[in-house]
Design a protein around this ligand. Structure first.
Ligand code: ZN
Length: 246
């Protein structure tokens, strides 16, 4: 069931880790961000959109993790985008024949059989430095940063004051650092939080990829909470380092 969270912005919540699919209404149809997880849920979302007379005209995946890269034939064949870095990561990780089996093995077994993998990860990378998603609707600013996953992007729907945070700012998941492609994942995460903090004053509603939607009065606390969590291992590492040196 679609739930409106701001003017022209709706979410569809999955039972899997409280994942939020986000629908942004445009002139001739909707932009669909991170469509959801199980086949039934995504088909239900497609059906809701059909009843509203709102075809999907563009898709976006906030980052290259499987639960944000799914699609369903019932959503149609709109272009699906991600950042260039995110799309390149998808290509590198999913291009071999065993990729889908590997992805399925990452899922809880009861979920794995319900997740449609046919159209997994078929996203087009927008050239680096692309400021906004190319589509016929409200301006959606891409706030790319290096945290949680390569080419992770938050999206700011400027005139509606809505921040789609991807897997940042969740109240159900702890901050998960991307340890694979970076020398300093902690600093990466902290600088990503600073980027989000810089736009926080323009945000009336923020939508994490998993968990509860928050309002303008909650965003600073959510950023602060993640920052404190990320600082903690750094403090532990420093202590360990000092101990080793003595
Ligand atoms: Zn996720």
């Amino acid at each position: 069931m679609l739930r409106q969270v701001a003017e022209g912005a709706l979410i569809h919540e999955s039972e899997f880790m409280q994942s939020n699919a986000v629908v942004v209404q445009g002139r001739a149809g909707v932009l669909l961000i991170d469509p959801g997880v199980t086949g039934d849920e995504i088909a239900c979302l497609a059906n809701d959109l059909r009843e509203l007379g709102q075809p999907v005209v563009a898709g976006f995946s906030t980052h290259p993790h499987w639960d944000h890269l799914l699609w369903h034939a019932a959503l149609g064949a709109a272009p699906r985008y991600g950042t260039a870095h995110g799309a390149a990561t998808v290509r590198a990780r999913l291009s071999d024949a065993g990729a889908k089996a590997r992805v399925a093995a990452l899922m809880p077994p009861d979920i794995a059989e319900q997740v449609p993998l046919d159209l997994l990860g078929l996203i087009t990378g927008l050239p680096a430095e692309t400021a906004r998603i190319p589509w016929d609707g409200p301006r959606v600013r891409i706030i790319e940063h290096q945290a949680h996953a390569p080419g992770h992007a938050a999206l700011l729907i400027e005139e509606r004051g809505v921040l789609v945070a991807g897997d940042m700012l969740s109240d159900v998941l702890i901050p998960m650092l991307d340890l694979n492609d970076t020398v300093d994942p902690i600093e990466d995460y902290l600088s990503a939080l600073r980027l989000l903090e810089r736009v926080a004053g323009d945000v009336d509603v923020f939508i994490p990829g998993h968990g509860s939607v928050g309002g303008a009065d909650q965003i600073s606390a959510r950023i602060e909470q993640d920052r404190a969590y990320v600082h903690a291992p750094r403090a532990r590492a420093k202590k360990l380092f000092t101990t080793l040196r003595v």
